[in-house]
Write a protein that binds this ligand. Sequence first.
Ligand SMILES: NC(=O)c1ccc[n+]([C@@H]2O[C@H](COP(=O)([O-])OP(=O)(O)OC[C@H]3O[C@@H](n4cnc5c(N)ncnc54)[C@H](OP(=O)(O)O)[C@@H]3O)[C@@H](O)[C@H]2O)c1
Length: 273
Amino acid sequence: MRRIVRTLARAGFYTHRPSFRAILITGASSGIGAALARFYAAPHRTLMLWGRDEARLGEVAEACRAGGATVLTRSVDLADGVAALDAFREDDAATPFDLVALSAGLGDMKRASDQVERAESVFKLGVVNYATPAALTMAAAERMKERGGGSIGLIGSAGAFHDVPFAAGYGGSKAGLARFASSARIALAPFGVQITLIAPGFVDTAMSRKLVGPRPFLVSADDAARRIAKALAVGRAELVFPWPFRLLRRIDQITPRPIGDALMRRLKADQKA
Ligand SMILES: NC(=O)c1ccc[n+]([C@@H]2O[C@H](COP(=O)([O-])OP(=O)(O)OC[C@H]3O[C@@H](n4cnc5c(N)ncnc54)[C@H](OP(=O)(O)O)[C@@H]3O)[C@@H](O)[C@H]2O)c1
């Protein structure tokens, strides 16, 4: 069976992995990552949960243990990419992961009282949302390749498909992640390593609750987790949800730049401190 899967994968077909046995989830202490952890919590499954806030991570771990999973946790700050790579290699050596779900991310943007986005914030967004997840993807791919395959889910954002003037740092970091995911997907498919880019619209989590103003087409974290798990199970290349964000992306692609720029300039947003 493994040989068939590997041959199909080498030929460029998706690897169908309906059930994962060992899963690493980053950002498992909150929001989408925590919902994914709860979704996957089941007997005969090992979950390695990463986060920073140990109290919240512990609560999620307890809920997952109650679901029957074997749960391990680690406190990792993705702002330190080298430490994150070391931690990944140590954890993967102990528990070879067949799914790595990179959900951790930072949301930040220009406040209404600022004229320009803060330089330090833009730097941190680039590291936490793009550089470290991209490096972790390659570290995971390197090891999965030796084992004949695996799946990696990168949580980007539907915001990556638009030129959002008050969130250039966030949008840029997620756009980089999207291009990284689509390129890495092609490169890694021959090794049976499936890359899935997840691009959510608004999900009801701590991150989006910081925004001042409407959150159109909002979905719950549990709903998001179900959709993400389904996409990962069938090895989709990309999942953009909910559907209005797929439509908005298409509209953006065909809108002449001067009109798009004028519309974007009219958008106003702020976030709570
Ligand atoms: N919510 C939305 O509307 C929305 C929309 C599009 C995309 N997304 C993306 O979805 C992903 C999950 O976000 P969420 O909505 O679930 O937000 P959330 O509830 O704020 O959770 C963010 C998670 O990322 C972790 N994290 C943040 N900075 C970190 C760092 N430096 N090192 C390690 N972990 C870090 C947090 O850990 P601690 O809490 O332990 O610090 C937390 O577990 C993010 O990549 C986000 O960009 C969210």
